[in-house]
Design a binder for this molecule. Structure first.
Ligand code: TXA
Ligand code: MG
Length: 304
């Protein structure tokens, strides 16, 4: 039996599958089944008020779980398959209540990774899939890291190589009667979205709009300090750009896409040295730098 058909069988039994996407590895289950979705929350130690993303194969699959308005169709046409998640009004019959954490909205995306698309096509239904890390830890961007985080909880695991984007999808809320809101910066950069739907508002203080934005998230075991020029004795430096050593340099060329792809892997490699602290060089906040700095600030426990 192929790995793909084993994965489909596991999903049909209500079990969990490690799934590669272009952003990070996910831990997937049938989004329609509360018994299966409950296993995801348990495996990750994830609070049940934090809803999951429904991954679908195509626009038809998206329309089966959510209502898409013109703004949603415009963004979908440009960025799907890809690292963009849209929060939309949910259809009653789509994704189970538990996957949505009881909200009337649902988060949807079509991932771009060929293995994810092949599994979605073979399974023929929506897959709830959070990042495959245990709750609060850095997301896995390599197969081995995904196995180490939650592999013991999964009935099947698909190896799709290293994740090309390296940070999670951008989450944009498009609820009726509201301006578009950026709930989480990610693999699609703000300016490319704003060119199509106008300025993106912040999530705002309403926790129901952005239930997953906990402080101390993406955190390695070692404390993390940001915007550091250099490392002290016993600390490990994650560099950026030509002025820093090449070892553990997120991008010696100063390229933000390369830095995003390396981010979680380098945090893990740095952590494995058991340093007194992980210190990170300044990274510009433009383009993909917005998502990189968001993850780093949460790893450092600085924003909530
Ligand atoms: O790139 C990604 O998005 C990865 C891969 C596996 O697809 N998935 C991922 O899932 O990052 P997760 O569960 O780690 O993050 C999903 C985010 C959380 O911040 C959650 O709160 C938010 O999406 N979210 C999900 N449903 C929502 C909803 N109905 N309203 C507002 N936010 C929602
Ligand atoms: Mg996550």
């Amino acid at each position: 039996m192929t790995a793909l058909s084993q994965a489909v069988d596991a999903l049909n039994r209500g079990e969990l599958v490690i799934l590669p996407t272009e952003t990070v590895y996910g831990l997937a289950a049938d989004a329609r089944r509360p018994d299966a979705v409950a296993r995801i929350y348990a495996a990750k130690g994830r609070p049940r008020f934090n809803p999951l993303i429904a991954h679908v194969a195509d626009l038809e699959g998206a329309a089966a779980v959510a209502r898409l308005d013109d703004r949603a169709r415009t963004l979908a046409a440009r960025f799907w398959p890809g690292p963009l998640t849209l929060v939309l009004p949910a259809r009653e019959t789509g994704v189970c209540d538990l996957a949505r954490a009881g909200l009337e909205s649902v988060a949807v995306r079509i991932p771009a990774h060929p293995v994810a698309l092949a599994l979605l096509a073979a399974f023929n239904g929506p897959l709830a899939a959070p990042s495959a890390n245990r709750s609060g830890r850095p997301s896995p961007t390599r197969f081995a890291d995904a196995l180490a985080e939650t592999g013991d909880q999964a009935a099947a695991a698909l190896d799709g190589g290293d994740c090309a984007v390296g940070v999670e999808s951008t989450v944009v809320s498009l609820l009726p009667g509201e301006p578009p809101r950026l709930l989480r910066p990610g693999g699609v950069v703000r300016s490319d979205l704003e060119a199509l739907v106008g300025p993106l508002m912040d999530a705002g203080a309403d926790a129901r709009r952005a239930p997953g934005r906990l402080a101390l998230h993406y955190a390695p075991d070692a404390p993390v300090r940001l915007n550091a020029p250099s490392a002290a004795e016993g600390e490990v430096l994650l560099g950026f750009g030509p002025d820093h050593p090449r070892a553990l340099n997120l991008s010696p060329a100063g390229d933000l896409a390369e830095a995003a792809a390396n981010l979680f892997t380098y945090l893990r490699l740095a952590d494995a040295r058991r340093p007194r602290a992980i210190v990170v060089a300044p990274i510009p906040c433009e383009g993909l730098g917005e998502a990189i700095n968001d993850r780093l600030e949460r790893a450092a426990g600085r924003i909530g």
